[in-house]
Design a protein around this ligand. Structure first.
Ligand SMILES: Cc1cc2nc3c(=O)[nH]c(=O)nc-3n(C[C@H](O)[C@H](O)[C@H](O)COP(=O)(O)OP(=O)(O)OC[C@H]3O[C@@H](n4cnc5c(N)ncnc54)[C@H](O)[C@@H]3O)c2cc1C
Length: 279
């Protein structure tokens, strides 16, 4: 009888030890996996492996980089960007800002859509990159941090590759059912072929017709073009962006001459400086 009781208490003790061990292991695993999930570090360059490179047009390619584990996230707040470090054609170090087209809801990898300019210093690095190469990345960077329902409406003035920060903000707004923000995008390019992420943008406008509107503007439009023609004018902004108001913000990102022209247009229409942000 005493022997049976001894055996029972040993079994109970054994089970208790096992339960505690499993709980401790689960805690250690969950806290370490939580830590390893966010990959970016604002102070340290981190290396990410290029796993896919898809040419989208003669000078644009989509670069997919893998994160350390399939559940890792980059850890980039909406509205912020990363710095990428590479070498130009002279072997000199070059660092430039880029905004991934993926969000932290896309786990295990991140994507960059890059427009490569013939004389561009970082463009050279991206052109030379091959699958299996590593890219040094640091971040998050940037003064703009988006919170859902922070404003009633965003107007967005984008030129060329300046679409990527807009795409990131618009995607996160539209994919969040709690976010009621209205988004109106004016997107300028030279030719129709230069329009980046067109398929994705058009599908967002088709899925969310009441919350997302796009007005494309081309310098060299094709025959039968129904969008804007020439450079973005004050009239186009008045017609296709929310009017100046304290709960409205206009975001700008494009080549420097366009940013300068847009700043003057916005001031002329009456958008106060706190109603504007340039990426
Ligand atoms: C917040 C932010 C996010 C960005 N995200 C992206 C992104 O996701 N994808 C992307 O491709 N770029 C993005 N850019 C632009 C990017 O940072 C570089 O400016 C771009 O890649 C060109 O760098 P480069 O070193 O190759 O060219 P540079 O050596 O700086 O420029 C060489 C020449 O290229 C031409 N050029 C350079 N930039 C432009 C331009 N924007 N428009 C027209 N001509 C230009 C000019 O003729 C210039 O003289 C972003 C910029 C900012 C500020």
């Amino acid at each position: 009888m005493e022997m049976l009781q001894n055996q029972e208490s040993h079994i109970i003790l054994g089970v208790a030890v096992a339960v505690v061990a499993v709980a401790v292991a689960a805690y250690i695993f969950s806290s370490s996996s939580k830590k390893s999930k966010v990959c970016l570090d604002p102070e340290t360059w981190k290396e990410f492996k290029l796993v896919k490179k898809v040419q989208l047009s003669h000078n644009v390619a989509k670069f997919t980089f893998s994160l350390p584990t399939p559940t890792s996230v980059l850890g980039l707040p909406i509205g912020q960007h990363i710095s990428c470090r590479g070498k130009d054609s002279q072997g000199e170090e070059v660092i430039k800002p880029y905004t991934p087209t993926t969000l932290d809801s896309d786990v295990g990898h991140f994507e960059l859509v890059i427009k490569m300019y013939p004389q561009g210093r970082m463009s050279h690095h991206f052109r030379e990159m091959r699958v299996g190469d590593y890219m040094a990345v640091k971040g998050p960077k940037g003064r703009f941090k988006y919170q859902p329902n922070q404003v009633r409406a965003f107007g967005m003035l984008a030129g060329g590759s300046g679409i990527t920060p807009m795409f990131q903000v618009a995607r996160s707004i539209l994919e969040n059912p709690e976010d009621k923000t209205m988004v109106q995008l004016v997107y300028a390019n030279v030719t129709e072929d230069d329009i980046l992420l067109k398929e994705e943008l058009d599908s967002m406008a088709a899925i969310y017709p009441d919350r997302f509107k796009i007005y494309y503007v081309l310098n060299q439009p094709p025959e039968g073009w129904v969008g804007g023609v020439g450079f973005v004018t004050q009239e186009m902004i008045k017609a296709h962006c929310p009017a100046p108001a304290s709960d409205v913000k206009i975001l700008r990102c494009g080549p420097p001459p366009m940013n300068k022209a847009m700043a003057a247009h916005l001031e002329g229409i009456g958008y106060a400086s706190e109603m504007q942000f340039q990426f």
